[in-house]
Design a protein around this ligand. Structure first.
Ligand code: GDP
Ligand code: GDP
Length: 455
C-alpha cells in the first residue's frame, strides 16, 4: 500500500544517510596489546569483540558509534591493525598517522605496566605535529598501587596521563568525561565537505599503476587554487582538479602524493587508505596496469568500491605498453576477471603522455548518473511484471516463489527492495539484476537488491 511504501522509504532513507556523518571522531591508537579493544568495548558497553555488520569488510572498517553522557561520537579502533614483523615501528607510526588525520581527537593508549617504548615516542611526535587534542591513557592500572606507574607517563609530554583499567572499568568514567571536554560538538573531519556541486572522486589502485602520474596529468598546470573557487571548502588532503573547465575534487590524495609509503606496501594499511577515500567519495576511479595481469590486490580494491556502494570507473593505464598480443590477452583476462563488473565504464589511457585522459570526465559523469538513477515504482513494477511472467522462478521442492511488488527505496547507489512469497535463487536474483541493468541503465553503479519475504 501507499502507506507501507512511505514507511519503507523513510526507513531506508535514514539507513542511507550516512548516519555518522558529522559526528566527532575519536581515534584510539597505541601498540598492540595495550588494551585498545578492551577499552573500546568498555565504552560501547559490550563484552564481546566488536563485530562487523557489513560482509566483505571484516577488518578494514573500524568505526563504531558510541555514546557517553548523552553525547554521540564515533570511535575508530585501530585494534585490528596488523603490524608487520619487519617494519614494526614504521608501520605503527603510519597507521597512527592515518588515524590521527581522520580524527577530531585522539586517545593514545599506553600500557602503564610496560611504560613508553621507542615506538610510542615516535607516535608522540606525530601527535604533537597534528595539533589535535590528545588524551593520554595509562591502561592496566587495575589498583591504587599501580597509579605511581601511570604517573611516569608524564614524561611523554602529552600532559596528564589518565589511569584506567579498561578491563575492570576503573577510571573509565573520568576518562570519558575528559574526552568529551576536548572533543568538538561537530566533526571537522568526518562529514564530506560541501563542495557545491563539485563531485568527489577517489583515485585508487595498487602501487605503481600510475595514480600520481594520472593526477599530475589531469592537474597539470591548471591546478585550481582553492580560494579561487568560491565557497569551496575541502580537506588539505583533497585536491581540486580542473578537467575541461570543470572542477572535480580528488579526495585523500595525500597517500598518492606521498611516495615514502610505496616501498612498504603494507596491504592492510593500503586497504584502510582506500576505505577512507571511498567514504568521502561519490565515484571511484580504479586504475589497472594494462601491462600487468589483473592481481588479487586489484580485485580487492574493486570489491571495496562495490562494498562501499560507490560509482565505479575502471581505467586501464599504461596503454602505451600494450601491443596487439597483449591487447588480446588483456581482453580475455578482463572478460573473465571482471565479469561481475561488466557495468563499469572502462577506458584506456596513458597517464604518462595524457593520451585519452580527456575521456575520463565523460566516464565519471556516466557512472555518477547511473549511481543517482531513480526508477519510479510504476515503471519498475510494470517491467518486473512482464519479466517474471515471461521467466517465472523455477519450481523448488514443489514451491515457486512469486514476486509481489518492488520499489526503489533509495539511490546512490540504487537500492531496490523486492517483496516475494519466498526465497529467490541467487541465480534468479542475478538474472533480475542483469535485466534491470539492461532496462534502466544503472551504468557504473553497484545495485543493492534486497528481498523481503511476505507471508
Ligand atoms: P589491543 O591489542 O590494544 O586491542 O589490546 P586488547 O584490548 O586486545 O588487550 C590485550 C590484553 O590486555 C588482553 O589480554 C586484555 O584482557 C588485557 N587488558 C586490557 N585492558 C586491561 C586492563 O585494564 N588491565 C589488565 N590487567 N589487563 C588488560
Ligand atoms: P602510483 O604508485 O600509482 O602513484 O604510480 P606512479 O604514477 O608513481 O607511476 C609508477 C610508474 O609507472 C612510474 O615509473 C611512472 O612513470 C610509470 N607510469 C605511469 N603511467 C604510465 C603510463 O601511462 N605509461 C607508462 N609506460 N608508464 C607509466
Amino acid at each position: 500500500t501507499e502507506e507501507e511504501l512511505t514507511l519503507l522509504e523513510a526507513q531506508f532513507d535514514t539507513e542511507e544517510q550516512d548516519q555518522f556523518g558529522g559526528l566527532p571522531v575519536l581515534a584510539i591508537i597505541g601498540r598492540p596489546n595495550v588494551g585498545k579493544s578492551t577499552l573500546v568495548n568498555r565504552v560501547l558497553g559490550r563484552r564481546e569483540a566488536v563485530v562487523q555488520d557489513k560482509p566483505g569488510v571484516t577488518r578494514d572498517r573500524v568505526s563504531y558509534p558510541a555514546e557517553w553522557a548523552g553525547r554521540h561520537f564515533m570511535m575508530v579502533d585501530t585494534g585490528g591493525w596488523e603490524v608487520d614483523v619487519k617494519g614494526l615501528d614504521r608501520s605503527v607510526a603510519e597507521q597512527a598517522e592515518l588515524a590521527i588525520e581522520q580524527a577530531d581527537a585522539v586517545m593514545f593508549v599506553v600500557d602503564a605496566n610496560v611504560g613508553p617504548t621507542s615506538t610510542d615516542e615516535r607516535v608522540v611526535q606525530l601527535l604533537r605535529q597534528s595539533g589535535k587534542p590528545v588524551v593520554l591513557v595509562a591502561n592496566k592500572v587495575d589498583s591504587d598501587q599501580q597509579e605511581a606507574e601511570a604517573a611516569t607517563l608524564w614524561s611523554l609530554g602529552l600532559g596528564q596521563p589518565w589511569p584506567v583499567s579498561a578491563l575492570h572499568g576503573r577510571g573509565a568514567g573520568d576518562l570519558l568525561d575528559h574526552v568529551l571536554s576536548v572533543l568538538p560538538e561537530v566533526s571537522a573531519v568526518s562529514a564530506p565537505k560541501p563542495t557545491h556541486g563539485v563531485r568527489r572522486v577517489a583515485l585508487l589502485g595498487r602501487p605503481n599503476v600510475g595514480k600520481s602520474s594520472l593526477l599530475n596529468a589531469l592537474a597539470g598546470s591548471e591546478r585550481v587554487v582553492v580560494n579561487e573557487t568560491a565557497g569551496t571548502t575541502r580537506d588539505p588532503v583533497d585536491e581540486l582538479v580542473e578537467i575541461d573547465g570543470r572542477a572535480w575534487c580528488f579526495v585523500d590524495t595525500a597517500g598518492i602524493r606521498r611516495r615514502m609509503y610505496k616501498s612498504i606496501g603494507a596491504d592492510y594499511y593500503a586497504s584502510l587508505r582506500t576505505q577512507a577515500a571511498l567514504e568521502k567519495a561519490e565515484v571511484a576511479m580504479v586504475l589497472l596496469d594494462s601491462a600487468d595481469e589483473l592481481s588479487d590486490q586489484d580485485m580487492r580494491i574493486l570489491q571495496q568500491v562495490v562494498d562501499a556502494g560507490r560509482a565505479l570507473v575502471i581505467v586501464n593505464n599504461k596503454w602505451d605498453l600494450v601491443d596487439e598480443e597483449r591487447q588480446r590477452a588483456l581482453r580475455r583476462e578482463q572478460e573473465r576477471g571482471l565479469v561481475q563488473l561488466q557495468w563499469a565504464p572502462r577506458i584506456n589511457v596513458t597517464a604518462r603522455t595524457g593520451w585519452h585522459t580527456n575521456r575520463i570526465e565523460r566516464a565519471l559523469d556516466d557512472a555518477l548518473e547511473g549511481w543517482s538513477t531513480r526508477v519510479s515504482t510504476g515503471r519498475l513494477n510494470a517491467f518486473l511484471g512482464e519479466l517474471v511472467a515471461a521467466n517465472p522462478h523455477p519450481v523448488r521442492g514443489g514451491k515457486q516463489p512469486r514476486i509481489l511488488f518492488a520499489t526503489q527505496v533509495s539511490s546512490k547507489p540504487p537500492r531496490i527492495v523486492i517483496f516475494t512469497t519466498g526465497f529467490l535463487d541467487p541465480a534468479y536474483r542475478r538474472f533480475i539484476e542483469r535485466r534491470l541493468r539492461e532496462e534502466f541503465g544503472f551504468v557504473g553503479t553497484p545495485i543493492r537488491l534486497s528481498i523481503r519475504i511476505k507471508e
